[in-house]
Design a protein around this ligand. Structure first.
Ligand code: NAD
Length: 500
């Protein structure tokens, strides 16, 4: 690999190094080699970034823009992302090890978030309340919250940032974005486009560094009004606690252990593809992974055979090749975690019928690859069925009937998503009703859209991203009372409906 690229943070419209002058490195997961370095931020940098965002929220051009003008800026940003899609996709491949095939598609889709929320910006209307007091005019208006801290995970850096930035900016807030320390590059490439689109300095700031040094300082900063977080459950809990001390708004997009349920009346060819995409797409590093595959007993063996032959044929290797179907794991700690869970499953008595270790195929070179792995004979109370692995490891669990599928599907602390494969409309509707998750897919899996609300039940999180309701997570309601009375009534008597 060539020279190591140096990135700088972005505060108040300027690139800058960290206050400490320290750096940290990022690796290309396909080669395991350092490819870029980033400023290692600390509380001082957080303070500078939040002050810049607070200043941009209260002074200058941004608070004076009307909603249609903010919408136009967001649409311009969407155009710029579309124009720079290929370069952004390549950055993500390098920094994260994501497949170019997946990233090219994702980058063609990301602009839609800026168009959608740009369009929504000037359609947020308050109400006139038919108030029950004489000579009184009462109405509501929605106002932005202030500085939003957007903190993201490493698995889909730009997409996760977009889910926060588009509604936050449409609502009129300013943002400090902290990408994961493992994948900071795309945020810093993207913020150049924010500047090019014409957003005033300080409206979007990007600070780089570690969770304990930058993330925590950001969540605790008194001028941060809201934290929009995507990450693991334990970190989410910590963020929630810290934010509670400052009485801040919080939305949390956390982990999952989603059931993907195949009934014997399903179109099995489609269900096999759905099961494979649920766990091996994005190398299983997705919060919505269908990592518990529930298969009806009557088709269990046939289905597993078909699944294994399909998964066996998946091409691993260079993420920058359009031919590759399963890429590397993004970080060494994540690879070790996945391999650790494979050992746990073996120790628990699950049967490994595919993969089961680090990939040593020649096309994987020195990269951080784990073989697509399938375990059968899994019971839902095993750790491999209860804990999020976040990698290409599938647990297959047999079930008897609908009742048992619901019971196993819901017997988990998470509730992010679930899949159901059936040709019966009655069964599809019953299952969508009874499964406790924020997203249910029937005869499809992994579909998301800027239009459709996304978020978790139970320990998978709080709040919703995407769809119209997402913007209200970045707004607060103000209620205005105006008296039209000539005289102010007796201050010691409460006036009731019907009183003159
Ligand atoms: P993580 O919790 O380790 O880190 C997430 C972010 O939080 C990073 O930017 C990190 O630096 C920061 N952070 C760490 N400690 C912090 C602290 N004390 N205060 C503030 N910020 C802190 O998660 P990860 O390993 O990057 O991502 C994987 C997890 O994210 C998985 O559990 C996955 O399911 C989840 N995820 C959820 C969704 C969703 O939409 N529900 C999407 C993607 C990923």
């Amino acid at each position: 690999m060539g020279e190591i690229k140096t990135y700088r943070m972005y505060i108040e419209g300027k690139s800058c190094e960290s206050a400490s002058g320290q750096w940290f490195e990022s690796y290309y997961p396909y080669t395991g080699k350092v490819w870029a370095r980033f400023p290692r931020g600390n509380a001082e940098d957080v303070d500078r970034a939040v002050n810049a965002a607070q200043k941009a929220f209260t002074q200058g051009e941004w608070p004076r823009l009307h909603a249609s003008q903010r919408g136009a800026l967001l649409r311009r940003l969407g155009d710029l992302v579309a124009e720079n899609a290929q370069a952004l996709a390549e950055t993500e491949v390098q920094d994260n090890g994501k497949l170019i095939a997946e990233m090219s598609a994702q980058l063609r889709y990301i602009p839609q978030w800026y168009y959608y929320f740009g369009g929504l910006a000037d359609k947020i209307e308050g109400a006139v309340i038919p108030i029950d007091k004489p000579e009184t005019f009462n109405y509501t208006r929605y106002e932005p919250l202030g500085v939003v801290a957007a903190i993201t995970a490493w698995n889909s850096p730009l997409l996760l940032a977009t889910w926060k930035l588009a509604p936050a900016l449409a609502a009129g807030n300013t943002v400090v974005l902290k990408p994961s320390e493992f994948t900071s590059a795309s945020a810093l490439e993207f913020v150049k486009l924010v500047e090019q689109a014409g957003f005033p300095p300080g409206v979007v700031n990007v600070i780089t560094g570690f969770g304990a040094e930058v993330g925590d300082a950001l969540v605790s900063h008194p001028d941060v009004a809201k934290v929009a977080f995507t990450g693991g459950e334990m970190t989410g809990q910590k963020v929630y606690e810290t934010a509670a001390r400052g009485m801040k708004r919080v939305s949390l997009e956390l982990g999952g252990k989603s059931p993907n349920i195949v009934f014997d009346d399903a179109n099995l060819d489609n269900a096999v593809k759905g099961a494979v995409s649920g766990i091996f797409a994005a190398t299983g590093q997705t919060c919505i992974a269908g990592s518990r595959l529930l298969v009806q007993e009557s088709i269990h063996n046939e289905f597993v055979d078909r699944l294994v032959s399909f998964a066996k044929a998946a091409r691993m290797g260079d993420p920058s090749s359009l031919e590759t179907q399963v890429g590397p794991v993004t970080t060494v700690p994540q690879m070790e975690k996945i391999l650790g869970y494979i050992d746990i499953a073996k120790g628990e008595g699950a049967e490994c019928i595919l993969g089961g270790g680090r990939a040593t195929r020649p096309e994987c070179g020195d990269g951080w690859f784990v073989e697509p792995t399938v375990f059968t004979g899994v019971r839902n109370d095993m750790r491999i069925a209860q804990e999020e692995v976040f990698g290409p490891v599938l647990s297959v669990i047999p079930f008897r009937d609908e009742e048992e599928a619901v019971e196993i599907g819901n017997d988990i602390v998470y509730g992010l998503a679930a899949g159901v494969w059936t040709q019966s409309i009655r069964r599809a509707l019953t299952m969508t009703d009874r499964l406790r998750a924020g997203t249910i897919w029937v005869n499809t899996y992994r579909a998301v859209s800027y239009m459709s609300p996304f978020g978790g039940y139970k320990r998978s999180g709080l709040g919703r991203e995407n769809g119209q309701e997402a913007i209200y997570d970045f707004l607060q309601t103000k209620c205005v009372w105006i008296s039209t009375a000539e005289d102010t009534p007796n201050p010691f008597i409460m006036r009731l409906p019907g009183d003159d």
